[in-house]
Design a protein around this ligand. Structure first.
Ligand SMILES: C[S@@+](CC[C@H](N)C(=O)[O-])C[C@H]1O[C@@H](n2cnc3c(N)ncnc32)[C@H](O)[C@@H]1O
Length: 240
């Protein structure tokens, strides 16, 4: 794994060169770079992309630390989302949301970083996805009258940017409340460098106060930032 800064600078340059060959992508890239520059001065905490992108988006020739297409393939949840009302916590630049959402009945994705949501909306418009409802919101403040059948929590149960104030128990309790009874949680742990196997077990112990685990497996494909994470499908316990 090269350092995040080197990886990010290299791929930004690579994507820039590729964009020169794709005339139609130039206006999108210009606006993307404008938003990234605005984020650099306007967002005081970590952006997870080391100044570029955390998530990749192959349809527009964008590299990121996390390989969206590989994540989508190995999570294999597209069928489970079909016809469902889906909520994604901390959707970042929304690239995974745009990949996962076709087929969903409704798909809400929120992130507390408004610059990332601007990028998500710009990309959504560019690829003409009309499914996702991107919002700027926080896990702490997010409220909804509509119930969700599925909640997605990918590398979001704690964040190292200092912007997540909920402890694990409050976090999973909140996710349970946002779901219909026995609704589905798809969960991805942090990278093993941040959350090792023993720590994942502790996290899952807390999760099980609110959810019953249906399946658990290790993600083995993708970039160095993708591999070694734990993926869980769980169903919300009926509140007693
Ligand atoms: C490690 S990234 C994971 C992004 C995405 N879930 C994924 O797996 O590709 C964590 C994300 O959570 C967002 N975030 C941090 N604190 C948050 C909060 N309190 N409420 C909502 N989003 C938050 C960050 O801006 C960032 O996009």
């Amino acid at each position: 794994m090269s350092t995040p800064e080197v990886y990010s600078r290299f791929h930004r340059m690579l994507d820039g060169l590729a964009a020169m060959l794709h005339r139609s992508r130039r206006p999108y890239r210009k606006e993307l770079l404008r938003l990234l520059a605005a984020a650099r001065t306007g967002w005081p905490s970590a952006d997870y992309g080391a100044g570029y992108l955390y998530q990749s988006f192959p349809p527009l020739g964008l590299h990121g630390f996390r390989q969206t297409e590989v994540r989508q393939a190995q999570m294999a949840i597209t069928d489970a989302l079909r016809g469902q009302r889906v909520l994604e916590i901390g959707c970042n630049s929304g690239f995974l949301s745009l990949a996962l959402s076709p087929g969903a009945r409704r798909y809400v994705g929120f992130d507390n970083n408004p610059f990332l949501i601007d990028i998500a909306r710009l990309t959504q418009k560019t690829v003409r996805n009309e499914v996702v409802d991107f919002r700027v919101d926080t896990v702490e403040a997010f409220e909804s009258d509509e119930p969700f059948d599925v909640v997605l929590s990918f590398a979001n149960h704690s964040t190292w940017d200092g912007n997540m104030t909920l402890a694990l128990e409050a976090y999973f309790s909140k996710l349970q409340k946002l779901l219909v009874p026995e609704g589905t949680l798809f969960f991805e742990s942090h990278h093993p460098a941040l959350e090792n196997k023993a720590q994942v077990q502790e996290t899952l112990k807390v999760m099980q106060k609110f959810f019953a685990i249906q399946q658990q497996r290790e993600l083995t494909c993708g970039s160095a930032w993708d591999r070694g994470r734990t993926f869980v499908e769980a169903s919300a316990l009926i509140k007693g």
